[in-house]
Ligand binder design. Structure first.
Ligand SMILES: [Zn+2]
Length: 310
């Protein structure tokens, strides 16, 4: 079988949605093409040009195209005061796109350290001169530009169509141990013709807990400087095992496409594939019990040297 190599002519063709292929595809190397809207690589070695056409008709790609178009319209709509100069606009557009990508993929603020240099090395002469991004700039873009913009879209959606909506709220303790009130609004979106504003991960999980008859406990965070949390955290995982497996192996792949490719999800799913994971957790629970009398002794404030001497 002959191997196909990427041909410049392919990019001039039109896909089934009527887009010129060069609008969404970029050559990576001789056998791979990068899809800008899905941000993944398409292998063309076996099927050549056909692989691109096939990619262009899959649902994920179509959805991404829709989202991509929406986000670029938002950014060029002028709402965000992108500036009068074309060059500035290009830079702001790139900064906003990267910020939205970071939010969607749960990337940390530090992921933009050295980004400008990296992009300049990756795409010589293609990075707008004024493009710059730092943690603080990114967080300002989220809170001062994107946040208000998307909140307005939600408010308009609810108010303009005098539609019914559901308000859901849940009090929780966040990762910084601060109390947090999470609010979600679900409503019928007239433009999208669907219900928007889905339930949060926490709610999905508690439905599974109820279905499986598993206590609706929260997870215990193990703190590496505090021996005593290890056993309790591991024990809670065992208690929740069935619900956890269901959530990560069945529920998320089926219903939560948007988190499937996040680093956190990938990390968790690579762990739960390991056959030795459960035995290891059981081992931790049992050995934590064994060591607890010692760990309890050594967590005391009083001097312990005489105890050790005995
Ligand atoms: Zn694609």
């Amino acid at each position: 079988m002959g191997k196909c190599t990427v041909n410049k002519v392919w990019f001039e063709k039109t896909d089934s949605l009527g887009y010129k292929i060069s609008e969404w595809a970029k050559e990576v190397d001789k056998t791979q093409i990068f899809c800008i809207v899905c941000s993944n690589n398409i292998q063309c070695e076996k099927k050549g040009h056909q692989a691109l056409l096939q990619h262009s008709i899959n649902d994920k790609h179509k959805n991404n195209c829709k989202k991509f178009n929406e986000s670029t319209t938002i950014m060029s709509s002028g709402n965000l005061e992108l500036g009068v100069y074309c060059k500035q606009e290009d830079a702001s557009k790139a900064e906003l796109m990267w910020t939205m990508k970071s939010v969607l993929c749960n990337m940390s603020g530090s992921s933009c350290d050295g980004l400008v240099e990296l992009f300049k090395a990756m795409f010589p002469n293609a990075v707008p001169d004024k493009f710059s991004l730092s943690r603080s700039k990114m967080s300002n873009l989220i809170t001062d530009a994107l946040g208000p913009h998307f909140r307005q879209i939600v408010l308009d959606g609810i108010q303009n169509h005098s539609t019914y909506y559901t308000l859901m709220y849940d009090e929780t303790t966040n990762s910084e141990s601060k109390k947090e009130l999470q609010v979600a609004v679900r409503y019928w979106c007239n433009t999208k013709k669907e219900i928007v504003g889905g339930p949060s991960d926490g709610e999905d999980y508690s439905v599974i807990q109820t279905e499986k008859g598993i206590p609706s406990h929260r997870f215990i965070k193990h703190c590496s400087s505090h021996w005593l949390t290890l056993g309790a955290a591991a024990e809670r995982i065992l208690e929740q095992w069935e619900a956890l497996m269901h959530y990560f192996k069945i529920f998320v792949p089926k219903h939560r496409n948007e988190i499937l490719r996040t680093p956190k999800f990938l990390k968790i799913s690579s762990f739960i594939k390991l056959v030795e994971l459960k035995p290891e957790i059981i081992f931790v629970v049992n050995s934590a019990k064994m060591f607890q009398q010692f760990t309890l002794t050594f967590q005391r404030q009083e001097p312990l040297i005489h105890v050790m001497y005995d």
